[in-house]
Design a protein around this ligand. Sequence first.
Ligand SMILES: Nc1ncnc2c1ncn2[C@@H]1O[C@H](COP(=O)(O)OP(=O)(O)O)[C@@H](O)[C@H]1O
Ligand SMILES: [Mg+2]
Length: 262
Amino acid sequence: MAKVIGILSLKGGVGKTSSVVSLGAAMADLGKKVLLVDANLSAPNLGLHLNVVDPEKTLHDVLKGEANITETIVNLDNFDLIPASIFNKSKLNALKLRDKLNFLKDRYDYILIDSSPSLTEETLAAILASDEILVVTTPDVPTLSMTIKAIKVAKQRGTPIIGMIVNKVHDKNFEIPIREVEKSAGVPVMAVIPHDVGVLKALSDFEPYTHDNNSRGSTEYKKLAAALMGQKYKSFSFREMLGLTPSLQDVNRVAFYTSVFQ
Ligand SMILES: Nc1ncnc2c1ncn2[C@@H]1O[C@H](COP(=O)(O)OP(=O)(O)O)[C@@H](O)[C@H]1O
Ligand SMILES: [Mg+2]
């Protein structure tokens, strides 16, 4: 049975869609059956990240009751995608998302939901369809304030929060330190992704960023994917080699997979 993980943030441009692609690709590369779902119904673009430009059937058709969800699945290299429609403006019932995804739970190990940044029914539908939530933030005050709000909304709905992905980190002293981000939000930081032009390059190549094997961000997504699957990601680590204390997110990932899976 698939675990459904919603990727949430109530602000646009922080890296939800990029994180869905990277995390999904990393999980698929670790051998899992993965489905990515574009539930950003008002401004979908997950398909465009993966060169799925003009799909025949979309999640919109499913939520309008005009298509079966299995008809909307697009098979990509090593994971699947359900796109949404860029052009569709007619009425639909977003809250059916959970029931519709239930039909697919026995086909996948993980279903990752990309969501909208607006606090509307579609975001609520994504939260309610998720077994667990990962929140994406950047280390600045306006985004963090919306992150805290997103966490509150998910908690009110009773959906457990795994933790946060802190994205677009420049490692500058004007940024909110990662520990402070964690303290203010009250949920563990599970991955720290540097601001990296490699993410933009991957986007223009329609390739998951995790296929870049040398970048720090790519390794962070792979470590997060492994932790969510109950595994330790084995990689060469300068920190370990030099006997330095592990990073906050390394400690949180170990805590996650040991508490959940052992
Ligand atoms: N770590 C990163 N470094 C550099 N650019 C990034 C990073 N993460 C995302 N981006 C870029 O930022 C933009 C917004 O990302 P996106 O994933 O679409 O955000 P959201 O889905 O939250 O609106 C995209 O152009 C994406 O390529
Ligand atoms: Mg997006």
